[in-house]
Structures are given as structure tokens and as C-alpha cells.
Design a protein around this ligand. Structure first.
Ligand SMILES: Nc1nc(=O)c2c([nH]1)NC[C@@H]1CN(c3ccc(C(=O)N[C@@H](CCC(=O)O)C(=O)O)cc3)C=[N+]21
Length: 309
């Protein structure tokens, strides 16, 4: 590879994009939150509490849920785990949420998605009291976001926005493209970017020539669950790329590796900045969950919010 002839004929490669270190950003944010949790406790004698409900035993979900518990404790909050069997009925799940809604030790409730077959995620998400809906996925908080009103913002889009603002500062007037229109990430992400003054394009399964649209975007946020979907030639040179996708793939040696929705090796030669997978958006999701739980506790305790409603 050090053959001078091949070095001469090799194409001039774009220098590598700057890596956006979500892991470090999330660790800093968690430390700030831990500090705020201590002063909140000193003032009110209340420790923010997060209830995480996991139905069934999807191994990937179990990893995330355990990760959330560890980070919750790191931030000085209490974590209440509810691991229910896959056979749990809708009525049983709703009864648990009803109890958590009125439990004064609980300030945030998260029901891990997807739910097993037979449970209605819309009914379950909407059963969470809006003041405790730290995932921001219920219709009240989603509606507030769509109307530009204050409310609880979904953790992953919030984490992406924090990274974008810390990298780029003011986003006003930038062209942002969101690839994927899920209720969990794509739609709320587009709403947040609109609120920041971006011109927003949303690409989805029926979009014609998404690559040509993407090439016009200063910001590309990709959340499709389709690994490697976004190729290098989708990316406008110098653009900022946020890769939300996380897929675990098996390697020939029997081990596994996490990969994103962006073909990283290609994208890194075109993008100005890019998030890695792992170590990009994933840790930000958890840090934002803690952020939302502290904010919910503040609102419930300070604002005489609806803990007892
Ligand atoms: N109601 C609900 N809210 C969610 O926020 C939610 C959900 N359901 N269901 C599942 C997905 C997935 N999710 C992740 C969170 C953190 C990492 C994370 O920390 N990832 C690390 C790597 C973790 C590893 O090594 O496995 C990283 O990207 O660096 C990943 C995935 C939240 N989700």
C-alpha cells in the first residue's frame, strides 16, 4: 500500500468527517442532570422516580432497559422496573399504568416499544398521564409539539437536536431532511427542526428519488431501521449526518456488531460531521430520558402539576 506509484494514482480522498461524540455529550449531560437532581432533592426532599415497563422478553429490549436503569441510578434518580410476561393482557397493563399515574414516587413512565402482539400501543401510550409521559409519545404531548407548544419532547429526537445545535449553533434557514416518518423518531424530529427554523423535507417509504432530495440537505437525520440505506452519494459534501438506526448484525466469527442506517465508510468521506453507531444517538436517548424525568418531577412538584390527577 506504500507503493509510490499507487499513491500517485489514488484519487484525492475527502478528509474524513468530524465524528460527533454522542457518548461524551450524553455523559456530560447526565452529570449536569445528577447535579440538578441533588439540588432538587435538597429543596423539595423528593427524588425523581422513573418507571420502566417491559412486556415480554425481547433480548435487545432487555439490554436497553437494563442500560436505562444503570444510567437512572447514575443520575441519582430512582428506577422502578416492571418486567411483565408476554402473556400480559391489555387490561392488566392499563391497570399498572393507572397505578403508576397516581403513585407520588413516580414522575416518569416509559413503556418499552414495540409491545407484543395483541397489545394496543396507541391505547397504552395514551393511558400514561401526559405529565408523566417522559417518552412524549402520547397524543397530548405529540399534539403540543405539532402546535409548537411547550410539552415533553420524545427522547431520541431531542437528543439529535441537542447534538445538532451543539455542532452547528443556530439552525435557522438550513435545509434538513428526515429519512423515516415514524411516530417514535421521524415525525417528532421533523417538528423539532421546523420549530428551529429549518426547511424540512420528510422522506418515507413512498418518496421518489430520496437520494436526489438528500443531496440538497445541509442536515440529514436518518431513522428507518434499514441498515446501510443511506449511501455516500446521498450526502451533500460537508453536510451534518445524524444516524439514528441501530441494527445488530452477526459476524462470521460468531460475534455481533451494531450498524446504523447510514453506510458509514462511504458517508464519512462526504459528510462534514457524522454520528457513529454505536456511541452516537443511542446514549443521547437515555440521557434525554433522564432530562425529561427531572423536568417532569419539577413540573409535578414545583408547578402543582397533575401527579394526583
Ligand atoms: N418507548 C420506547 N422508548 C424508547 O426510547 C425506545 C423504545 N421504546 N424501544 C426501543 C428503542 C431503542 N432505544 C435505545 C436506547 C439506547 C440505546 C443505546 O444506548 N445504544 C448504545 C449501544 C448499546 C448497545 O451496545 O447495545 C449506542 O448506540 O452507543 C439504543 C437503543 C430506545 N428505544
Amino acid at each position: 500500500m506504500t507503493d509510490p506509484a499507487s499513491a500517485q494514482t489514488a484519487p484525492v480522498r475527502n478528509p474524513s468527517a468530524r465524528l460527533i461524540d454522542g457518548k461524551a455529550f450524553a455523559a456530560n449531560l447526565t452529570e449536569t442532570i445528577a447535579w440538578d437532581v441533588r439540588s432538587f432533592h435538597a429543596r423539595h426532599r423528593v427524588t425523581p422516580g422513573l418507571a420502566v415497563v417491559l412486556v415480554g422478553n425481547d433480548p435487545a429490549s432487555e439490554v436497553y432497559v437494563r442500560n436505562k436503569a444503570v444510567q437512572t441510578h447514575r443520575a441519582g434518580m430512582r428506577s422502578f422496573m416492571h418486567m411483565l410476561p408476554a402473556t400480559t393482557s391489555q387490561a392488566e397493563l392499563l391497570a399498572l399504568i393507572a397505578r403508576l399515574n397516581v403513585d407520588p414516587e413516580i414522575h416518569g413512565i416509559l413503556v418499552q416499544l414495540p409491545l407484543p402482539e395483541g397489545l394496543d400501543p396507541v391505547a397504552v401510550t395514551n393511558a400514561i398521564h401526559p405529565d408523566k409521559d417522559v417518552d412524549g409519545l402520547g397524543e397530548v404531548n405529540a399534539g403540543r409539539l405539532a402546535l409548537g407548544q411547550p410539552g415533553i419532547v420524545p427522547c431520541t429526537p431531542l437528543g439529535c437536536l441537542m447534538l445538532l445545535k451543539s455542532e452547528l449553533g443556530d439552525l435557522r434557514g438550513l435545509h434538513a431532511m428526515v429519512v423515516g416518518a415514524s411516530n417514535l423518531v421521524g415525525r417528532p424530529m421533523a417538528q423539532l427542526l421546523l420549530r428551529e427554523g429549518c426547511t424540512v423535507t420528510i422522506a418515507h417509504i413512498d418518496t421518489r428519488d430520496p437520494a436526489a432530495l438528500a443531496r440538497q440537505a445541509d442536515i440529514l437525520v436518518v431513522a428507518t431501521g434499514c441498515r446501510g440505506l443511506v449511501r455516500g452519494d446521498w450526502i451533500k459534501p460537508g453536510a451534518t449526518v445524524i444516524d439514528v438506526g441501530i441494527t445488530r448484525v452477526a459476524l462470521p466469527n460468531g460475534k455481533t456488531r451494531l450498524v446504523g442506517d447510514v453506510a458509514f465508510d462511504e458517508a464519512v468521506t462526504r459528510a462534514g460531521r457524522i454520528t457513529p453507531v454505536p456511541g452516537g444517538v443511542g446514549p443521547m436517548t437515555i440521557a434525554c430520558l433522564l432530562n425529561n424525568t427531572l423536568a417532569a418531577a419539577r413540573r409535578i412538584v414545583d408547578g402543582g402539576g397533575a401527579a394526583a390527577a
